[in-house]
Design a protein around this ligand. Structure first.
Ligand code: TRP
Length: 454
């Protein structure tokens, strides 16, 4: 953590900017560039996009505000935050869902982050083949099946571990101030390139023109899960980060800015991927492998493709690291504060758990590919369970908790920084937290009972 000030022995970010940068760093990652296009692809494009954006702003922003409020008020880990605000109650049990889900997410996320390192290294050494249109899928298979993904998953988890252990989070945050805008510029450049592709119109139509008849239970649940995943919501990640915000940070503004930037990056990724999918005659429904199969085609098209691809995968790897650091932070602060472990021990314990989960997920593409539970491999089961069930459930509990249990004066105090700032949306926020968010999430769950049987 950026530890410029000490406050009751707990680190606090020195500036408002650091608070925004770390929150955005957590939110922007593989969720936007890898998960969003593949989810949009399997769920019909435009129909998914509209639901996703609606959920980000109607449900995501209020829940983000609720998590911020809990974190900064209590300056605690997720279970500690529930305990401090409602001592002696059972609310803190929701924190355990968050801790469990954070480990599940870290497991499959590391596998995908491992692919990005492998693609980066392969393109640097010239072994990623850009010459031939037919090779996207084959290359993916070659690079990611068998035992190879295990190696890269472990490499990624070691990077994550090293950063957490050395406490060099500050370094990675500084680096990300420069590198994340660079990633953004690169995305804009690829986006402009999309205009020149023959499938541009088809791709854009697929992504932006909603066919409302396609909106069914699975689209709604998928979009809700994606909104939560992308905003790092529902398992106390943002509560933990907000526990380090300083007292001048504006919670409402930070929430809206995070949601806007995060969805902007997801849309950019969509505009890059779908025109290419249609130009090269691929199927948008390829699933988790979509982006990795399509990107080489795009690089192939560009002059100096190798340089673009190396740079892109390097930046994507760093964006993933800033996200996994935030995920790891949930269980580490929990072990430190609730189980009284040293930070070092807490880091080792949570990294070992993630390593075990990561291995199961990595092997899902090779030796364990035939081992399925309810038709899912470990990889897709962990993704489905955490994103579509644990995150919205955690978000619903947090929303009900802040809306109904937390004293309104506490909420007002947090959003006005003790009366120093204006916050005209307080009543609307509380209304959303009490009624809109929980009801919407509940209805989507109810509607999907059929598909929730996995
Ligand atoms: N939001 C990140 C992404 O889009 C992933 C992430 C980081 C996350 N922390 C989280 C997802 C906590 C859920 C919960 O890549």
């Amino acid at each position: 953590m950026t530890t410029h000030q000490k406050n009751n022995d707990r680190a606090v970010f020195a500036t408002k900017f650091a608070a925004i940068a770390t929150t955005v760093g957590s939110a922007i990652g593989l969720g936007n560039i890898w998960r969003f296009p593949y989810e949009a692809g399997i769920h019909g494009g435009g129909a998914f996009m509209i639901c996703y954006l609606a959920f980000v702003f109607i449900i995501g922003v209020p829940v983000l505000c609720a998590e911020f409020c809990m974190g900064r008020q209590t300056r605690s880990n997720i279970t500690g935050a529930y305990n401090k605000l409602a001592p002696g109650s059972k609310w803190h049990l929701a924190g355990y869902i968050g801790i469990l889900a954070s480990v599940l997410i870290l497991s499959f996320y590391s596998v995908v982050a491992g692919w990005t390192i492998e693609y980066c290294v392969s393109s640097m050494f010239g072994s990623l083949d850009f010459s031939d249109r037919e090779t996207g899928h084959e290359q993916f298979m070659q690079l990611t099946t068998g035992w190879r993904p295990v190696v890269w998953t472990v490499v990624f988890l070691l990077c994550n571990f090293y950063i957490l252990m050395r406490g060099v989070t500050k370094g990675i945050e500084r680096a990300s101030y420069i590198l994340m805008p660079l990633l953004f510029i690169l995305l804009v450049a690829f986006c402009i390139n999309s205009f020149t592709l023959p499938g541009f119109t088809e791709g854009i139509t697929f992504l932006f023109s909603p066919d409302f008849s396609k909106i069914d239970a699975s689209v709604l649940l998928g979009a809700l899960g994606q909104a939560f995943f992308s905003l790092s919501l529902g398992l106390g990640c943002m509560t933990t980060y907000a526990s380090y915000f300083n007292n001048n940070s504006r919670l409402g503004k930070t929430a809206v800015m995070t949601a806007t930037l995060d969805s902007l990056v997801a849309i950019l990724a969509g505009v890059i991927i779908f025109p290419a999918v249609f130009s090269f005659g691929l199927s948008p429904e390829a699933g988790p492998t979509l982006v990795f199969e399509v990107l080489p085609f795009i690089f192939n098209q560009l002059p100096g493709g190798v340089v673009w691809s190396t740079l892109f995968f390097l930046l994507l790897f760093l964006a993933s690291l800033t996200s996994t650091i935030s995920m790891s932070e949930i269980s580490i602060t929990f072990f430190c504060e609730e189980k009284r472990m040293s930070r070092k021990k807490a880091t080792i314990v949570s990294s070992l758990i993630a390593l075990f989960g990561g291995l199961l997920c990595a092997l899902s593409f090779g030796p364990l590919s035939n081992f399925t539970i309810f038709g899912h491999t470990f990889f897709s089961l962990f993704d489905y369970l955490s994103s579509n069930i644990c995150l919205p459930l955690g978000g619903m509990i947090c929303s009900l908790f802040v809306g109904w249990v937390v004293d309104k004066r506490v909420i007002r105090n947090q959003f006005t920084n003790g009366g120093k700032e204006k916050f005209p949306f307080l009543r609307m926020l509380v209304f959303c937290l009490r009624w809109v968010c929980p009801t919407a999430i509940f209805l989507i769950f109810l509607n999907s009972i059929g598909i929730l049987t996995l």
